[in-house]
Design a protein around this ligand. Structure first.
Ligand code: GCU
Length: 339
């Protein structure tokens, strides 16, 4: 019921947004950005900086509005709104984008990056990301920058996950991506795909036994109120991606494009530095207030179980092979600190 009401309100809001167009602010073009995080999340903080930056440099022509907390719908809804130009930008998990372009599968692979440094260097390397970021042009949008979403780990209501066998028989929420479903299969759990906004209620009502995400999901989204075991198996580092409607971006003048480009870089920088602080705070809160127990299992059995997925994804999309090789070079340069 609550969900239906939320969808209805979102649709109403979207309808109003479409109808409002440029109204109210006379000549100014409203630039709408949606995301699914709270208004204290690093992503929201970074997008507010973008809003200020654009307003400061192009305020006579554009007004940026940022909509947090799935106000404009789930991530999948928001990607579709960005495709059609009903909104101009949104933040989508790389996992979701896999259904719009197969090339995004690469960054959804479990244990793809040997370390955080390797992950960040890969994502900063345009030789790696450029083609992937442009691969959705036909679908009506492109990626303009990436955001940190940390490492994804399992957390459960009743039972600590120490090894893959502990996942057997457990219903674990995963993001709506085929690679994530395949990953869960290999690890032995029962994958339950659903949107981020539905996870809290599903945990609380025992529809699922656990989920997998970064530490902020425990605090920001309250999952740590229900789940008391968080296991650092570190299975994925899945970036979030800021995508923009291609028609909107192409219509910008060269000078405006440069300013927007600086704005995207600002989003990336601010979000990444806020991220480090936010994770520390989340761990502290989860430990002290929510009484979540952090577990550090041996990662090797998880790594071994997931390995076949690399070969599978590369053989069904040969174009990813050179990118995968490049990532291996970064992995050698920035190896795991655990080794
Ligand atoms: C993280 C990520 C989001 C994603 C969410 C999820 O919070 O930053 O982009 O939607 O995980 O698991 O769905």
């Amino acid at each position: 019921m609550k969900k239906r009401l939320a969808i209805l309100l979102s649709l109403l809001l979207i309808g109003m947004l479409i109808l409002s167009g440029c109204a109210g602010t006379e000549q100014k073009r409203i630039v709408r950005i949606g995301h699914n995080q709270s208004s204290t999340h690093p992503t929201h903080i970074a997008l507010l900086e973008f809003q200020d930056y654009i307003n400061e440099h192009l305020g006579d022509k554009y007004v940026v509005e940022v909509y947090p907390s799935e106000l404009l719908g789930s991530q999948t809804d928001m990607v579709q709104l960005t495709q059609t130009g009903a909104i101009d930008y949104c933040v989508a998990s790389n996992a979701i984008l896999e259904t719009f372009s197969k090339d995004y599968e690469i960054f959804n692979l479990p244990y793809l990056f040997a370390s955080k440094e390797s992950y960040h260097n890969v994502m900063d390397d345009e030789d790696v990301t450029e083609d992937i970021f442009e691969s959705t042009e036909q679908a009506g949008f492109v990626a303009v920058t990436w955001l940190d979403a940390g490492t994804r780990n399992f957390y459960t209501v009743k039972k600590a996950i120490e090894k893959p066998a502990d996942l057997k028989g457990l219903k674990i929420r995963v993001q709506q991506s085929p690679t994530n479903i395949e990953m869960m299969k290999l690890l032995g759990g029962s994958a339950t795909p659903m949107g981020f906004g539905e996870v809290y209620t599903a945990l609380q009502s025992n529809i699922i036994d656990g989920a997998e995400n970064n530490e902020l999901a425990l605090t920001d989204n309250g999952h740590g109120d229900v789940c008391k075991y968080y296991s650092y198996d570190m299975h994925q580092m899945v970036p979030d991606i800021l995508i923009g409607n291609i028609a909107f971006i192409e219509k910008l003048t060269e000078e405006e494009k440069e300013i927007f480009q600086k704005g995207y870089e600002l989003v990336n920088n601010v979000q990444r530095s806020e991220w480090v602080k936010a994770v520390e705070k989340a761990k502290e809160k989860a430990t002290n207030e929510q009484k979540v127990q952090f577990i550090y299992p041996d990662q090797m059995p998880f790594v071994e179980a997931c390995r076949p997925l690399h070969e599978k994804v590369l053989s069904r999309n040969e174009a990813l092979k050179p990118i995968y090789q490049k990532i291996q070079q970064y992995n050698q340069k920035y190896p795991s600190q655990a080794e």
